[in-house]
Design a protein around this ligand. Structure first.
Ligand SMILES: Cc1ncc(COP(=O)(O)O)c(C=O)c1O
Length: 403
């Protein structure tokens, strides 16, 4: 290709270089190459073992090499891989029915990722809002500390200045509000607000568990003002809190809810769950996707949903999650390196005195994989199948990394 003129070639920051990898460097990737996994452990090309406290950022709920998941993928591959959404297929219909039966929802839309689920949910909320208000009822309000993805509308609801700044102008009609009841009560009183979007547990924002009372107040406010309440459970949903949905902990049901990450065991899938009231506002042609809810991915997701819905699995996450939280607090008291411990279930954040990137690097040297959430916070997201011994092994490695 070297003889072809490149349209944007030049001497500026876009000038071509000869990179070692052809992948676009939007991630600062760790140096080792991961080649295999077993349970909650991953192995690199040199045979080094790592305890995985990231679950592929809340994706690999069943860990690695799960025989049931492998069989589900094999069975799914024996069937149809894809047909257009112009036709009906059973796996997607079954999965939607199970999600609706196990949640507040009546209808489900499938897509291919978390950000896509949020972008779709914003559209659905806006579409519905105009059936209960005027055309002016369009604004989507997000919360301080939120992360909803990196496309134009979800980025506009994401409170990360460095992710946003290079891409302005972002989608309009979307703003970020303080996580404060008084401020929100004021903002939500405007007739122009269509939806309030929030993560019941903010993930990238540092693992902040929103108070159940706060969520109940927001539910009351949004109901009264006919504003759609949208819960982004892409990271905190599907068992991570020890409940199938994080909203169950708070006893507050939304109008729309987005899922992705663990839903299809690592295959790409997102979902938007909604009430009949919202669904009733959506017309054929309002939204679409070529791949979303295809038969292969949907049958794998049905298997994963059954596993993460299991009362034993959920009870185990609650019980071992409590133990994990106590162990992290103990580690904080013993080492003096941790400022604060927050979280629930298998979803914890620890605020460090030193930059998270340094601790993550030292942990990797000790054979433990961690993921950051901002400059000084580390997230602990073990696969939901992690035993107490697995967790203890990871914690010992963390203690060694903290020195
Ligand atoms: C709460 C939340 N919403 C949305 C997203 C975006 O999901 P995806 O990366 O699948 O587009 C993420 C991803 O980290 C997330 O944690």
């Amino acid at each position: 290709m070297a003889t072809l003129a490149t349209p944007l070639a030049g001497d500026g920051p876009g000038a071509p270089t000869t990179p070692a990898s052809a992948l676009l460097p939007v991630y600062k990737r760790a140096p080792m190459e991961l080649v295999r996994g077993d349970g909650i452990r991953l192995y690199d090309a040199e045979g080094r073992e790592y305890v995985d406290f990231t679950s592929g950022i809340a994706v690999s709920a069943l860990g690695y090499g799960d025989p049931g998941l492998r069989d589900a993928i094999r069975r799914a591959a024996d069937g149809l891989v894809h047909v257009s959404n112009l036709f009906r297929t059973a796996p997607g219909e079954r999965l939607a029915r199970k999600l609706a039966d196990r949640s507040f929802a009546d209808r489900v839309f499938f897509c291919n990722s978390g950000v896509e689920a949020n972008e779709g949910a914003f559209k659905f909320a806006r579409r519905w809002a105009r059936t209960v208000g005027t055309l002016a009822k369009h604004e989507i309000v997000g919360l301080r500390g939120a992360f909803h993805g990196r496309l134009f509308a979800s980025l506009a609801a994401t409170d990360r200045p460095n992710y946003r700044a290079p891409f302005r102008p972002l989608a309009g009609g979307i703003s970020i509000a303080e996580r404060d009841l008084e401020t929100l009560a004021g903002l939500l009183s405007a007739d122009t607000v269509a939806a309030l979007v929030l993560e019941p547990i903010q993930g990238e924002g540092g693992v902040r568990v929103l108070d159940a009372g706060f969520l109940r107040e927001l539910r009351a406010l949004t109901t009264e003002r006919r504003i759609a309440l949208l819960f982004d459970e892409i990271q905190c949903g599907l068992g991570r809190t020890g409940y199938l949905f994080a909203y169950e902990r708070a006893g507050v049901a939304p109008d729309l809810l987005t899922l992705a990450k663990p839903i299809a065991g690592g295959l790409p899938m997102g979902a938007i769950l909604m009430t009949e009231a919202i669904a009733g506002a959506i017309q054929p042609g309002d939204h679409g996707t070529t791949f979303g809810g295809g038969p292969l991915v949907a049958s794998v997701a049905e298997y994963v949903l059954d596993r993460v819905s299991s009362p034993e699995l959920l009870a185990g996450v609650r019980e071992r999650g409590e133990w994990l939280g106590a162990a992290l607090r103990d580690l904080a008291a013993r080492t003096g390196h941790i400022r604060e411990v927050r979280g629930t279930g298998f979803f914890w954040g620890i605020d460090m005195h030193t930059p998270s990137a340094e601790v993550i690097g030292r942990a990797r040297d000790e054979g433990l994989l961690l993921v950051g959430a901002g400059d000084y916070t580390i997230r602990i997201l073990p696969p939901l199948v992690a035993s107490r011994d697995d967790l203890a092994d990871g914690l010992q490695r963390l203690a060694r990394a903290l020195g």
